[in-house]
Design a protein around this ligand. Structure first.
Ligand SMILES: [Ca+2]
Ligand SMILES: [Ca+2]
Length: 85
């Protein structure tokens, strides 16, 4: 996995984020790499609902859905409650 480091986000990028995908430097419950992937920054919070589909950003992360694409809430919850194999 390769992540681009720009002059804009370099100062806030933890040195270990490249080797720790779950690193949450701003403490909002969302891995910073996931936030940067979908939002391009760390301005969103776990309790926020970026596209207003009824699922919080944290729920979107936990269900593997796209927090910017307006997934139907029912479909996301179906994934959340599918038993692991
Ligand atoms: Ca975070
Ligand atoms: Ca949402």
């Amino acid at each position: 996995m390769c992540h681009q480091i720009t002059s804009q986000n370099r100062s806030s990028l933890p040195t270990n984020s490249a080797i720790e995908p779950q690193y949450d430097g701003d403490g909002d419950g969302l891995p910073d790499l996931w936030e940067r992937k979908y939002f391009g920054n760390l301005s969103q919070t776990g309790g926020g609902d970026f596209e207003g589909d009824g699922l919080t950003n944290l729920q979107e992360y936990q269900t593997g859905s796209n927090p910017t694409a307006g997934d139907p809430a029912g479909a996301a919850w179906l994934i959340l409650f599918t038993p692991l194999q």
